[in-house]
Design a protein around this ligand. Structure first.
Ligand SMILES: [Cu+2]
Length: 104
């Protein structure tokens, strides 16, 4: 988590085109607030667990795999997307929770 936050800070500090952005996604009622997101390379998603249960955001998309581990209620996690492609994100605890992220 710290590394991705540092990466976000780096992008904000040095991206002269200001294309990097941070999109907020809330987890509530065992659902993500978004189903599809488009981002530019270097942008981040801020996942906010506004639920009363623990979530575990991860991706098994080849070349983009990550796993943030347990995210307790009230916790916020930022994940930065460093390269272009399509990334499927799911919750390891609740298989119906999915987001398709397109990074351009
Ligand atoms: Cu979950």
């Amino acid at each position: 988590m710290r590394l991705s936050m540092l990466a976000t800070a780096f992008v904000f500090a040095f991206a002269t085109n200001a294309i990097a952005a941070e999109v907020a996604v809330t987890q509530k009622g065992r659902k993500f607030s978004e189903k599809k997101i488009e981002l530019s390379v270097g942008s981040s998603i801020k996942f906010i667990n506004d639920d009363d249960v623990t979530h575990n955001i991860h991706s098994t998309t080849k070349g983009y795999a990550f796993d943030v581990g347990a995210q307790k209620p009230g916790q916020t996690i930022v994940h930065t997307f460093g390269k272009a492609g399509k990334v499927k994100i799911r919750c390891a605890i609740h298989p119906k929770m999915k987001i398709k992220v397109t990074v351009k």
